[in-house]
Design a protein around this ligand. Structure first.
Ligand SMILES: [Zn+2]
Length: 207
């Protein structure tokens, strides 16, 4: 806040004031710039803007502002491995998210796709949100270099395992399947449901 309100001093040519000072050594090249006289209309207007209470209340949001684009991109990546239309057991879902993460991280900083003459390949992309076209550079194809390592580890773990693959093992305590079906409790019988409807007068049993 001191630094922000210090702006009002700085523009008048005052670089040290009661609560603080500008955070730099005097700038030679700035010396000849016209100053805003303290108390002038221009200074008053600037003061209204800098000290605007609504702005000051929301400024903390802007200070910690981060774009969620990267996170959304990662979530979309997970959906490629674990689509919402399919049901997975907890273990399978976990494994798929790990695979999505490995894929995402190992291909995060790959360069542009290059043609034989070394030039990059571009395409245009339309954004429905901004209603604007933009240029998109194709990225180099994925290499999945970690897959052979993964396969070796899987084989090694299989060879060293004392247990057969088909062996069943009890659910872990935190496994959500222990909670049973989503509705919870025991489903009512048809007769019980019929009785409910009749007692609420919602439905007449026809015979
Ligand atoms: Zn200053």
């Amino acid at each position: 806040m001191d630094l922000w309100t210090g702006l009002l001093h700085h523009v008048t040519g005052v670089h040290q004031w009661y609560f603080g000072s500008c955070h730099y050594d005097p700038l030679e090249s700035e010396m000849n710039k016209p100053l805003i006289p303290k108390g002038s209309v221009a200074h008053q207007r600037l003061r209204d803007l800098v000290l605007d209470s609504r702005w000051l209340k929301t400024v903390t949001k802007f200070l910690s502002f981060r774009s969620t684009a990267e996170l959304e991109s990662f979530h979309n990546h997970i959906l490629m491995y674990a689509g919402k239309r399919f049901a997975f057991s907890k273990k399978v879902y976990e494994a798929r998210v790990y695979l999505a993460s490995l894929d995402y991280n190992s291909h995060l900083n790959r360069g542009p796709r290059r043609k034989k003459d070394g030039s990059t390949q571009k395409a245009k992309l339309y954004s429905k949100r901004t209603k604007m076209w933009r240029l998109y550079t194709y990225k180099a194809p994925k290499e999945y270099k970690y897959i052979p390592d993964l396969q070796a580890l899987i084989l090694q773990s299989r060879l060293l395992s004392q247990r057969g693959m088909a062996d069943s093992h009890p659910l872990r305590p935190e496994d959500p399947r222990r909670l049973g079906p989503l509705a919870g409790g025991i489903a009512p019988t048809i007769q019980e449901l019929e009785q409910q409807h009749v007692s609420r007068g919602l439905w007449q049993a026809s015979e």
